[in-house]
Ligand binder design. Structure first.
Ligand SMILES: Cc1ncc(COP(=O)(O)O)c(C=O)c1O
Length: 399
């Protein structure tokens, strides 16, 4: 028999989640994550994956993963502080070059990369100035930074950021200040104002940490991210990224100076105290993905062509797509039930899978389905989806 207090705690928590209706049913994918995939036992058109460049099951990446397994084995059986595999070092060199930075350091996930970098970078007396809508992993990294002042500036509000910088500047003798922000905001698909952030950082003697999770592989002419998009090479101190979205493998990384890497390599607790790092198959596939992105810039172009076409289609139909500037295009419907109904209708009646998001992931009364097109969607598939949205909008009285 489990401990009674423990069992009661779980029972209450399960009841709370059921009551707010958070993630009532998690759909199951059986097979590859393509534009068409087998989800909960039927083939559907997928319009909500983070597989931006359509690389998740690229044959060359699959071969590179298999080759790496043949050479190095299935797993590692050692932490990187004890023995680092040459393939892990090679991947980091490739990532550094992809991000046009001196060095890069990998972590098992993007979430851990944020935790593992924010916390050692900030010391007692320092100030973190964090964007209101930052991702949970940034918020948690900030929370773990003990003795550090934390200020939150309003979403995309550069006046407020300046105010917060002035406040932190009063105590500048105490320590350093870091501005930290998502590059692309994951629920609304809008982009941070990096040029203004960099100017303000330079004016008020702060440094910039940018989370490129939804930007790497997406923004910039060749998909290198926000720094390429705004041509701000050399002016952003820390770029964090995930390998699990556009690059379509798994893992996270921090890119910056050689000193940043040397320091985190020794001071970042998830790095020092974990044996779980990128395995040979992931390293092989990821290096191949970076090679493909560099060799085939047309993937990024296709992603944006599809994005523009689909976004305009939704807007022309009269849907509210909010403030999106990227392939993340929400269809905001308001009440939680409405968003769920829309997602269910699209899956059951139209064979299209698009996930619904509601409170507490997004503010109350802004529930939505979050569409994400990728470079592999065909024009025909996008037209099928738009026609389905039109029928759904009318049937569910959203339009
Ligand atoms: C903005 C942002 N940062 C960090 C992460 C975490 O990355 P990962 O999925 O690799 O843990 C995510 C993923 O959802 C994200 O959207």
């Amino acid at each position: 028999m489990p401990n009674a207090k423990y069992a009661k705690f779980l029972e209450q928590k399960v009841a709370e989640f059921k009551q707010i209706g958070f993630a009532p049913h998690i759909r199951v994918l059986s097979g590859p994550n393509s534009t068409k995939a087998n989800i909960d036992g039927k083939e559907v058109l997928v319009l909500c994956a983070n597989n931006y460049l359509g690389l998740a099951n690229h044959p060359e990446m699959m071969k590179a993963a298999k080759d790496a397994v043949d050479k190095y084995g299935a797993g590692m059986g050692t932490g990187r502080m004890i023995m680092t595999y040459d393939i892990q070092n090679k991947l980091e060199e490739k990532l550094a070059s992809f991000k046009s930075s001196e060095a890069a350091l990998c972590f098992p996930t993007g979430y851990i990369a944020n935790l593992g970098a924010i916390w050692p970078l900030m010391a007692e007396g320092d100030t973190i100035i964090s964007e209101e809508l930052n991702h949970a992993s940034i918020i948690d990294g900030c929370r773990m930074s003990r003795g550090v002042d934390r200020l939150v500036y309003k979403h995309l509000d550069m006046k407020d950021l300046e105010e917060k910088l002035k406040t932190s500047a009063k105590d500048r003798s105490k320590g350093k200040s870091m501005i930290i922000s998502d590059a692309v905001f994951s629920m609304d698909g809008d982009i941070c104002k990096l040029p203004e952030m960099v100017e303000l950082a330079e004016k008020y003697d702060a440094f910039v940490f940018i989370d490129e999770a939804h930007a790497s592989g997406v923004l910039g002419k060749t998909g290198k991210g926000t720094v390429e998009h705004f041509n701000l090479y050399g002016r952003v101190e820390v770029q964090m990224g995930t390998l699990s979205k556009a690059i379509a493998t798994v893992g996270g990384y921090i890119a910056g100076s050689a000193d940043l890497k040397y320091y985190l390599n020794r001071a970042s607790r998830p790095y020092v105290f974990s044996t779980g790092f990128l395995d040979p198959a992931t390293c092989g596939a990821t290096m191949k993905a970076l090679e493909i992105i560099e060799k085939e810039p047309q993937r990024v172009q296709k992603l944006w062509e599809n994005t523009r076409y689909f976004k305009k289609g939704l807007e022309d139909l009269g849907f509210n797509t909010g403030v999106s500037q990227t392939p993340i295009t929400p269809v905001i419907v308001g009440p939680t039930d409405k968003a769920r109904e829309l997602s269910k209708y699209l899956y059951e009646e139209e064979n299209i899978y698009i996930q619904a998001f509601s409170y507490p992931v997004v503010p109350k009364e802004t529930a939505r389905v979050r569409t994400i097109v990728n470079a592999h969607h065909t024009r025909e598939q996008l037209d099928i989806a738009l026609a389905a949205f039109e029928r759904a909008g009318k049937k569910l009285k959203i339009l």
